[in-house]
Design a protein around this ligand. Structure first.
Ligand code: ADP
Ligand code: MG
Length: 312
């Protein structure tokens, strides 16, 4: 079995509103799949359906060859869920929290002890195991939330925005722990609206917007669709005479945009045309004060696909 998850034509309506609009995708064994999209894209709805918490309006979902319509019990045993809203008990110790969740999966005796310790170590909370979450930072609570979701060694781990609103150190801990879970053999689906994160840890990325999948692939594949562009931004001190048309006609230039002293020129990366642009500028009497360049990122991909930025 190569695909751990197969989703076909999944739709979810809330009353009259379509939250997830006829999406299909698969998740391959052993991969980290990043589900990227802005707020309201439909990530949590999709994840909660996979997690058997919500039922779909339409579509077919297979998880580890179990049919979500019929085999909910079996699916619950093999998946681990880390919800967007924390699901931990503030008033009992971190260790007892993990024991509670392990108990839901009938773990007992030595095996239970081992798993609880491993889970605490994975999220680097072993030294705080006896403390109550109410004394924890937001990032530590998120880490505990993860430990509770994975203590039963699920084959498929589903995490919904596990790094939202936390300190950079906890975020790094969490990204590291996701990589560790993968190297221990788990498959991970992980949603976020931070594109740097999916760039850093995902093997494959699905970009969602307004309930639809608008692109999917490895980050290299996604960026290929942006024609491998690079954008140079020049700060000019003198530009009265600048004729943008002369820049536009340089080979490889795809876009020129002048706004007061700031000139943006987008070019195809394969052609080395920076020196031609600089020559054209100086020939026209422009003085360049500063310049920087930006390669296509997932942000660019998103912008091109939707016409708006990910953080809108
Ligand atoms: P994301 O997790 O990507 O932010 P959600 O799946 O939470 O997106 O939401 C997708 C859309 O569905 C949004 O427009 C949201 O307002 C709507 N929605 C989510 N949950 C509910 C609900 N329980 N009732 C009605 N509408 C909802
Ligand atoms: Mg969400």
């Amino acid at each position: 079995m190569n695909n751990i998850v197969e989703v076909t034509n999944l739709t979810k309506n809330y009353n009259n509103q379509i939250a997830v609009d006829n999406i299909s995708f698969e998740v391959k064994k052993g991969e980290i799949l990043g589900l990227l999209g802005p707020n309201g894209a439909g990530k949590s709805t999709t994840i909660n359906i996979l997690a058997t918490v919500l039922s779909p309006s339409n579509g077919k979902i297979m998880i580890l060859n179990y049919d979500l319509k019929k085999d909910v019990k079996q699916i619950k045993q093999v998946i681990g869920i880390v919800p967007q809203d924390l699901a931990i008990y503030e008033e009992i110790s971190a260790e007892k929290n993990i024991r509670f969740f392990a108990g839901l999966y009938n773990l007992k005796g030595k095996e239970l002890e081992k798993r609880v310790r491993e889970a605490l170590e994975l999220v680097q909370l072993y030294d705080r195991k006896d403390d109550k979450p109410k004394t924890f930072s937001g990032g530590m609570k998120r880490r505990l939330n993860i430990a509770c979701g994975i203590v039963h060694h699920p084959s498929l781990i589903i995490m919904d925005e596990p790094t939202v609103g936390i300190d950079p150190q906890s975020r790094n801990h969490i990204l590291e722990s996701i990589k560790t879970l993968k190297s221990n053999g788990a498959t991970v689906i992980y949603s976020t609206h931070y594109m740097e994160e999916v760039e850093a840890i995902s093997d494959r990325i699905i970009i969602m917007n307004e309930g639809k999948i608008i692109a999917q692939g490895t980050k290299e594949e996604l960026k290929q669709n942006t024609n491998d562009e690079i954008t140079y931004t020049f700060q000019l001190s003198i530009n009265e005479n600048l004729n943008c048309a002369l820049i536009d006609e340089i080979e490889g230039v795809t876009r020129v945009n002048l706004n007061k002293e700031t000139l943006e020129v987008t070019v195809e990366q394969s052609k080395d045309n920076l020196s031609n642009i600089i020559m054209a500028l100086t020939k026209q009497g422009c003085k360049i004060q500063n310049m920087n360049s930006k390669k296509a990122s997932l942000e660019t991909v998103f912008l091109e696909l939707t016409g708006r930025s990910l953080r809108d």
